[in-house]
Design a protein around this ligand. Structure first.
Ligand SMILES: Nc1ncnc2c1ncn2[C@@H]1O[C@H](COP(=O)(O)OP(=O)(O)OP(=O)(O)O)[C@@H](O)[C@H]1O
Ligand SMILES: [Mg+2]
Length: 334
C-alpha cells in the first residue's frame, strides 16, 4: 500500500524516544524522509541515547510504519554533537539601550585578546545588532551535516539570528514557540566547537527569549549591564532577579556609560550620576565587574563594525573592557 510522506511525519511526531521520554520531533531534527510507494527511508539527528534505546526506537518506528502500509523501512539515526563550552554567560539588562550588545561584543573581543576561545550568540530576536557591531556582512556556511558554521571576526566566533533573516531591517513578529525554536537552533545546530567562553546577548527585559535562554541553555552565569542612574538600576534589578529565580549564579554587574569623556578636552563628567552599579552589586551580594565610560568612539565603532576593544587606538573604553575581561576570568575560573 502506498504510504504518504505526511503520514510518516505524523508517526515521527508522535513517537516517544526511549531514554529521553520526549517525542522524536520535539528533541530531534528530521534530516530526510524519502518515500517510494511503500518503501520508506528516514534520517534523523537526536541527542545521545544508548544503543539499546536506538534499537528500540527503530523497532517502534518500523512497526508503526508497517501498520500504515510500509513494506521496507530504513532508518538512519545519528547523534547531535555535544557542544564543548566551558562558561556560558547570558548578558542581560532590565531595559533596552543600556549597552548589552556593546558589552557582549567588546567583552568577547577582550577575552579573545587574553587568549581565550570565545563565541558570541546573539539571541536578540527583536533587534539582532551583533552582526553590525562586528561588521559582518557574510552569511554563515552550512556544512554537510547541515550545521551552521559561526563566522569568525576579531578572534571571536559569531552567530546571530540576524544572519538567518532574509532582510535584517524588516521587523519579524516572533511568537513564543518560534523564539524558543530559533534560540535552540542557534545553540544546537551551530558548530561551535570547543570554547572557553560563550556570551549570549539577550534582548532587553525578561521576555520569551530571555526566559528560553535561561531555561534551556546550560548557562554557567548571568551578567547584568546597567547605567548609573537610579531608574536604570531599578530595571536592571529585574534581570538580576530573573537569574536568581532561575538559579543561575550572577557573575557580576557592569556599569556602562559611567562617565562621559569629552572628545575635545578629555574631561570626565558623570552625567548619569555616580556609583549606581556598585551600590546595586553590593546590595545584591554580587561582584562589581567595572565601569565603562561613555565615549564617542565606542558608538562610532559600534556603527562601523569595529568594536572599541578591537581598535588599535588605546581608548579608555578599550582599557576598561580589558580590565573587566580579566575580572571575568578571575571570577568564572576560580
Ligand atoms: N559606553 C558607550 N559609549 C558610547 N556609546 C555607547 C556605549 N555603550 C553603548 N553605546 C551606544 O548606545 C547604543 C545602544 O547600545 P547597545 O545596542 O549596546 O545597547 P543594548 O542594551 O544592547 O540595546 P537593546 O536593548 O536595543 O539591545 C548603541 O548605539 C551603542 O553604540
Ligand atoms: Mg542589544
Amino acid at each position: 500500500m502506498a504510504v504518504q510522506q505526511t503520514q510518516v511525519i505524523d508517526v515521527l511526531k508522535t513517537t516517544f524516544v526511549p531514554g529521553l521520554k520526549k517525542m522524536l520531533l520535539s528533541v530531534g531534527m528530521l534530516r530526510e524522509v524519502k518515500v517510494l510507494v511503500d518503501k520508506v527511508y528516514i534520517a534523523v539527528t537526536i541527542p545521545k541515547i544508548s544503543d539499546e534505546d536506538v534499537a528500540k526506537l527503530k523497532e517502534v518506528i518500523t512497526n508503526r510504519l508497517k501498520q500504515i502500509g510500509a513494506t521496507e523501512v530504513e532508518i538512519e539515526i545519528d547523534f547531535k554533537k555535544e557542544q564543548k563550552i566551558k562558561y556560558m554567560i547570558a548578558v542581560g539588562s532590565g531595559k533596552g539601550g543600556v549597552g548589552k550588545s556593546t558589552v557582549s561584543v567588546n567583552l568577547a573581543v577582550s577575552l579573545a585578546k587574553l587568549g581565550k576561545k570565545v563565541g558570541v550568540l546573539d539571541a536578540d530576536v527583536h533587534g539582532p545588532n551583533v552582526p553590525i557591531m562586528f561588521g559582518i556582512t557574510d552569511r554563515p556556511y552550512v556544512n554537510e551535516e547541515k550545521r551552521l558554521i559561526p563566522i569568525e571576526k576579531y578572534g571571536v566566533q559569531v552567530m546571530s539570528l540576524g544572519f538567518l533573516l532574509e532582510d535584517q531591517s524588516t521587523p519579524v513578529i516572533w511568537r513564543g514557540p518560534l523564539v524558543t525554536k530559533a534560540i535552540e537552533q542557534l545553540y544546537n545546530d551551530v558548530e561551535w566547537g570547543e570554547l572557553d567562553y560563550m556570551l549570549i546577548d539577550l534582548p532587553p527585559g525578561t521576555g520569551d527569549a530571555a526566559l528560553t535562554v535561561t531555561q534551556t541553555l546550560p548557562l554557567k552565569y548571568g551578567l547584568v549591564v546597567t547605567t548609573p542612574q537610579n531608574v536604570a538600576i531599578a530595571d536592571a534589578s529585574k534581570s538580576l532577579r530573573m537569574f536568581k529565580e532561575m538559579k543561575i549564579p550572577v557573575l557580576g554587574v557592569i556599569e556602562n556609560m559611567s562617565y562621559f569623556i569629552c572628545p575635545k578636552c578629555g574631561a570626565k563628567s558623570e552625567i548619569f550620576g555616580h556609583g549606581g552599579g556598585e551600590k546595586m552589586s553590593f546590595e545584591n551580594g554580587v561582584p562589581f565587574l567595572g565601569k565603562v565610560p561613555l565615549e564617542m568612539k565606542v558608538r562610532e565603532g559600534g556603527d562601523k563594525g569595529i568594536p572599541a576593544a578591537a581598535m588599535d587606538e588605546e581608548t579608555e573604553t578599550k582599557k576598561a573592557f580589558l580590565e573587566i575581561a580579566k575580572k571575568v576570568i578571575e571570577i568564572a575560573e576560580k
